[in-house]
Write a protein that binds this ligand. Structure first.
Ligand code: ACO
Ligand code: ZN
Length: 158
């Protein structure tokens, strides 16, 4: 099938729409400052997907310094996918995969060596997407979410 969406970097004009998509798609919601701060610090990894001039998905990330999620190679820069969502009627068209792939390119520009994220153990669509992109479960965090659900940390090298 032909690709019908395009990717571009987030701009502050997109804030309301991205916050709307976040509220529709995920129980983890944030104030406007949270989104704008991630954009100010890491513009290369805050990406939106558009279809017919309308934003239908986003990914936003943070670059962190921490211990390697694989083995014992010490402190490194890691790209953390903080939040990703695609509007329900636009799913299974490759948008999520394209968003994460583009965010990982941005992470490399910041010299990140690994990429990781947290995901609910029951979130099969998201886990499948990350597995398809080469992520592996590297840790389980018990009670990570505010409703008590556990999270997998999934990671891959960049
Ligand atoms: N069931 C099984 N596998 C799936 C599913 C599903 N529902 N959705 C995606 N996949 C897998 C498939 O392997 C798919 O490839 P295929 O369609 O060729 O079989 C592959 O992932 C790529 O799928 P995309 O079409 O790129 O993913 P999509 O655009 O549908 O977005 C997303 C996936 C972002 C997880 C979407 O389902 C969504 O917005 N869900 C609600 C919000 C959410 O859960 N976000 C992730 C939370 S974790 C975090 O933010 C760090
Ligand atoms: Zn996280």
């Amino acid at each position: 099938m032909q690709q019908t969406f395009t990717l571009r970097k987030f701009t502050p004009k997109d804030l309301e729409r991205v916050m709307y998509i976040n509220r529709v798609c995920l129980p983890e919601n944030y104030g406007d400052y949270f989104f704008l701060d991630l954009h100010n610090r890491f513009p290369e990894t805050f990406i939106v997907a558009e279809e017919n001039g309308e934003i239908v998905g986003y990914v936003m990330c943070r670059i962190e310094v921490g211990l390697s999620n694989f083995g014992f190679s010490g402190f490194i820069k890691k790209g953390h996918v903080v939040s990703i969502a695609v509007m329900p009627e636009h799913r299974r068209k490759g948008i999520g995969k394209a968003l994460v792939t583009r965010a990982m390119e941005g992470m490399r520009l910041y010299n990140a060596k690994q990429c990781f994220l947290e995901v609910r153990l029951t979130n099969t669509p998201a886990i499948s997407l990350y597995e398809k992109l080469g992520f592996k479960v590297t840790k389980t965090i018990h009670g990570y979410y505010s409703d008590g659900e556990d999270a997998y940390v999934m990671s891959r090298e960049l």
